[in-house]
Design a protein around this ligand. Structure first.
Ligand code: OOB
Length: 528
């Protein structure tokens, strides 16, 4: 492997695993820049007023790739990309992977606290953003970031416009399939988010195998309602899985039925990936919205647990099949299969994508539980990371000595291999698919002058699955901050809004476990 990126910070698969994954055909020579495999004249991408054929999108990507090279970016560089569901996202992603510069995929909702950290950790040379998101001006933030280049899709003011990152196509430096192709963000369980390196060959396998399981063909019209930068929408099978099979990608600005249903009707969309709150919204909206969504064949639902009763409603209500997806940016993907019996589709979160996925379900001592019992899910395989980027201490805890990733998810495995997600062991809140590290939020809350101590827990919620509740111990003599004040405080610290608590509770002391840790179970039970 070449390039500084590959040698420091990235944990490779051991040689014997590499040999096996290659010999058994899981890893090939294909790289992410080559995924546009549709007929040149076929529509590849519909986004806002844009409608691009495969030939046009390919040309845009190779011109932008040449433009990034002329700007000074090189193979092995990292580039923080924070773009909404627009043509700019797709072109930027393809251009960067083509020159072997790895996009670090931030979400549009992230703010300075997250973006600055990502730039520093990845030592990004460039940051690509939109001009604004409502009231928020990405450009003002961008000017303070430790990067050499800021590139703006939209009104760039004095900064470099994405439209100017354009040059006649040139011969591109070829990334090696074993190079890191893209960095995804981990949901996080510690004070700071982690970066997940995905190599070209493991991510290509991820998207190709997913597309096969989900039956994607050139007839697929895939509506993107989740952030395009999220693994689910990008590669499970997502945008890239559609491109690799010559289908059409339609970008929606959101999952709201007001945006999504008219697009399904107009473009005759056949597939969509949603988180449970969006699926619930659709189940409701279909009773009063009058768009024709009969083209929809498959609704993938994942990111958080989708209740069996709701999954059972999808076929009749929306006129399409439902598929449960239990995935993670770290790698492992579980899908219910299109020909699975109804009860498995409704009641399980699917089974592993790959025959090479290794699954263990273990107890607190790391011993395998009896078949059918609940335990923590451990996994390793051809598209599951062996270590977070530049995080040796964290890796020592998150992986077993023989390379299994500790997911922190509690599951039960059926004889068929299907998994049922029963809960979570990790200190994380899953707010409708958005992941919030309790520790990260607690650290922000502790920075408030009135806060002596803080503990964050998820409380059950019928729509979001969980909502975030922060318990505070207020300093002697200080006034208890209200929810509005605390949100303003977090906003001023540059924290993404989805991490804001939904509820604040004050208390004099936290309940403790026998070993003296804060008992989050007891805290959550106290307000229930
Ligand atoms: C997806 O990826 P991440 O990285 O945002 O979150 C992963 C975590 C899992 O470890 C699990 O705790 C939870 O999200 N999760 C689910 C779930 N799908 C994900 N929990 C219960 N039921 C499900 N169906 O969320 C993700 C990545 C690729 C495809 C789909 C989802």
């Amino acid at each position: 492997m070449t390039g500084s990126m590959s040698t420091e910070g990235f944990v490779p698969w051991p040689d014997d695993f590499e040999a096996r994954y290659k010999a058994e055909g899981f890893w090939g020579d294909r790289v992410l820049g080559d995924v546009l495999r549709g007929d040149p004249g076929k529509t590849a991408l519909v986004a806002g007023a844009d409608r691009l054929t495969y030939a046009e999108l390919d040309d845009r990507a190779s011109r932008a790739a040449a433009g990034f090279l002329r700007l000074g970016l090189r193979r092995g560089d990292r580039v923080v990309v924070q773009l909404p569901n627009t043509t700019g996202f797709v072109v930027t992603f393809l251009a960067l992977v083509r020159i072997g510069a790895a996009p670090v995929l931030a979400l549009p909702a992230h703010r300075e606290s997250e973006i600055r950290y990502l730039c520093e950790l990845s030592e990004a040379r460039a940051y690509v953003c939109a001009d604004r998101d409502g009231d928020f001006d990405y450009r003002a933030m961008a000017r303070t970031l430790p990067v050499e280049y800021v590139i703006v899709d939209g009104d760039a003011q004095d900064l470099t416009a994405l439209s100017s990152v354009d040059a006649d196509p040139v011969d591109l430096p070829q990334p090696d399939p074993s190079d890191v192709g893209v960095f995804l963000l981990s949901g996080g369980t510690t004070g700071l988010p982690k970066l997940i390196p995905r190599t070209h060959r493991d991510y290509v396998y991820n998207l190709e195998a997913s597309a096969e399981v989900c039956g994607f063909t050139s007839a697929t019209v895939y509506l993107v309602v989740l952030p395009a930068a999220h693994n689910f929408a990008l590669a499970c099978p997502g945008i890239l899985g559609v491109f690799a099979n010559g289908g059409t990608v339609v970008l929606s600005p959101s999952g709201s039925p007001d945006d999504a249903f008219p697009l399904i009707e107009r473009e005759r969309a056949t597939v969509c990936a949603a988180v449970p709150p969006i699926a619930l919204l659709w189940l409701d909206a279909v009773t009063w919205q009058d768009e024709d969504i009969s083209s929809l064949e498959l609704l993938q639902v994942g990111g958080a647990k989708f209740a069996a009763e709701r999954a059972a409603e999808v076929p009749d209500a929306l006129g399409c099949q439902v598929q449960q997806v239990f995935g993670m940016a770290e790698g492992l993907l579980n899908y219910t299969r299109l020909d699975d019996p109804r009860d498995l589709v409704e009641q399980t979160q699917g089974r592993p994508l790959s025959p090479a996925d290794e699954i263990r379900v273990v107890d607190a001592d790391g011993e395998d539980v009896a078949p059918g019992e609940t335990g923590e899910l451990l996994t390793r395989g051809p598209y599951t990371l062996r270590g977070y980027y530049r995080a040796p201490e964290h890796n020592a805890r998150s992986f077993t000595p023989d390379g299994f990733y500790r997911t922190g998810d509690l599951v039960r495995r059926l004889p068929s291999g299907h998994l049922i997600v029963e809960g979570r062991e990790k200190d994380q809140i899953n707010r409708g698919g958005d992941k919030i590290s309790a520790e990260e939020l607690e650290n922000h809350l502790l920075a408030h002058p009135a806060v002596h101590d803080a503990a964050v827990v998820g409380l059950p919620d019928p729509v979001m699955g969980e909502r975030t509740c922060a318990f505070l111990i207020v300093r002697d003599g200080e006034k208890t901050p209200g929810l509005r004040e605390m949100k303003d405080f977090l906003r001023a610290r540059g924290v993404a809004a989805y991490k804001f608590p939904d509820r604040l509770e004050t208390t004099d002391a936290f309940p403790r476990t026998p070993v003296g840790k804060i008992s989050k179970k007891a805290l959550a039970a106290a307000v229930r």
